[in-house]
Design a protein around this ligand. Sequence first.
Ligand code: HEC
Length: 284
Amino acid sequence: MRKPTVLLLVLAACSSGPRLPHVTPSETEVEVRGAVKGGPYPLGRAELAALPQRSVRGLDPESGRAATWEGTALAALVSDRVERTRGADVVIVRTRDRRAVPVPLTLVRQLQPVLADRADGQPLPERVIAWPTFDQRGLETDPRARLWWARGVVALELANSFTTYGRALAVPDGAADGARLGADRFGARCIGCHRVRKAGGEAGPNLSRLTDRMTADALYARMRAGHPGWSDGPEDPGPAAARQVWSFLRAVAAFEGTGAAEEPGPPEKDPVEEERRRERPPRP
Ligand code: HEC
C-alpha cells in the first residue's frame, strides 16, 4: 500500500512546476536569456509581479542606503522557473549602463537576493539586485558583493562561467606570476565594464589589445587619476598593481595576436618579471 504514495512523491519532486511565461509584454523590463531552454523570455512589470516575491534587509554599498528591499525573487527568474542548458552556472546581470556583472547561481540559491523594485515600500527608479547583507554575515566583507548590487538591471543572461569568464581571465603558461595577480584584479574590478576575449561589460572600451597602445606607466597614471574600480578609498593600490594588470592584458593581447583562439602567443617581455630580474643580483 505504501508504494503508490512514494511514487507520487517522486513524481511530484521531478515535475518541472510552473515556468516563466512566454508573452510579448507591452514594455519589457527585464529579459531572461542565454543558456535557457525556450528563451529568451522578455518580462514586463505584470509578469515580474506575478512571480514569487521576496524582501531582504540590506545595505546598498554604493548609495549607503539601508532598507528593506522588495521585488521578484532572483532565484525564480534564473533557477527555479527556467530550464537551463547544461553547464549554465552563472547569471550575467546586464544593466542599462552596459555593465555585465557575473553572479554564481549557487550564491543566488543560497542567499536568495531580490530583483527589487521597491525599498521601504517606495518604488525605485530602476531595478536593483538587493542582497540580505544584514542577515548573511560574510556578505559585507566579500569584495565582489559591491558589484553584485547591480542597478538598472535590463537582462539576466545564463552562461557557463568557464567558457566565458574563466577563458577570458586565463593566463597562458609561461606568463609571469604578476599576470596572474593582474587577472585576479581585473576579474574582480574591471571586467564588469570592459570586455576582454569576448567576455565582460561594455560600459568602457574593449581592452583585449590595450597594451598595443598603452604602456604600464600610462595605465597606472590613468588609474590613479580616479578611474572607477581602481581603489575603494583614499588608498592607491600602487604602481605594482597597475603593472600586474598591464601584464595580464599584455598576455591577452599576445594571445589575440596569434589569431588562434586557444593558442597562447609567443613569450612576451613582462614588466614585472623584468623588474624582478633587475632587482635580483646577477649570479656569480
Ligand atoms: C564603472 C565602469 C568601469 C570600471 C569598473 C572600469 N572602467 Fe575603465 N573605462 C570605463 C569607461 C566608461 C571608459 C571610457 C571613458 C574613459 O576613458 O574614462 C574607460 C576607459 C578605460 C581605459 C582607457 C582605454 C583606452 O582605450 O584608452 C583603460 C585603460 C581602462 N578603462 C582600464 C580599466 C581598468 C584596468 C579597470 C579596473 C581596475 C577599469 N578600467 C574599470 C569604465 C570603467
